[in-house]
Design a protein around this ligand. Structure first.
Ligand code: FES
Ligand code: FES
Length: 189
């Protein structure tokens, strides 16, 4: 029997992968194409940290509960401890490092700084990634909606009030910027 390019044997059965067999995963990581090797059992969270060297993504529970490992998969927030690294093949994966390209903080990060919305920072990368995704979809959230979104994240030391304040603040500033930008455009039309 011979292998085919779709990972199946010539008889149509899936190709058997040995437990310790390393596979090459190629993905778009924070806007750049990257390739690295992993075992079939490796979690995406460990792959990001150990193989791609991006340690901003933290790992807490490894059971999908704490939210610390949240990244974007194809632009949508997802827990990287609940995905296998091999599932990232061909995908676009963004992490907290991607929020500050060229080491310049984004507006969400600046709002967290302004509102003292972090202390130890262990949960912060995951919370930022969830907030970034959420604000794309819900640009004018209520406090209750923000609290509901944050309920998927465990923070053991900051308390949620300053985090909620930071998210509401950045949402308001973005809306204001959009309105001002639209008005400026209209005045130049
Ligand atoms: S480490 Fe992934 S949800 Fe806790
Ligand atoms: S800032 Fe310490 S766990 Fe959230």
């Amino acid at each position: 029997m011979s292998n085919t390019s779709n990972g199946k044997m010539a008889d149509g059965l899936p190709q058997v992968v040995r437990r310790d067999e390393r596979q090459c995963v190629t993905l778009t990581f924070n806007g750049r194409e990257r390739s690295a090797y992993c075992e079939p059992r490796d979690l995406l969270s460990d792959f990001i940290r150990h193989e791609l060297g991006a340690t901003g993504t933290h790992v807490g529970c490894e059971h999908g509960v704490c939210g610390a490992c949240t990244v974007h998969v194809g632009g949508v927030a997802a827990r990287s401890c609940l995905m296998l690294a091999v599932q990232a093949q061909g995908q676009r994966i963004d992490t907290v490092e991607g929020l500050a390209p060229d080491m310049v903080l984004g507006d969400l990060q600046e709002a967290f700084q302004r509102h003292h919305a972090l202390q130890c920072g262990f949960c912060t990368a995951g919370i930022l990634m969830s907030c970034a995704d959420y604000l794309q979809r819900v640009p004018d959230p209520s406090e209750a909606q923000v609290r509901d979104m944050l309920s998927g994240h465990l923070c053991r030391c900051t308390g949620y009030t300053p985090i909620v304040a930071a998210v509401l603040d950045v949402a308001a500033r973005r809306r204001h910027r959009n309105v001002t930008g639209d008005a400026l455009e209209a005045s130049h039309a």
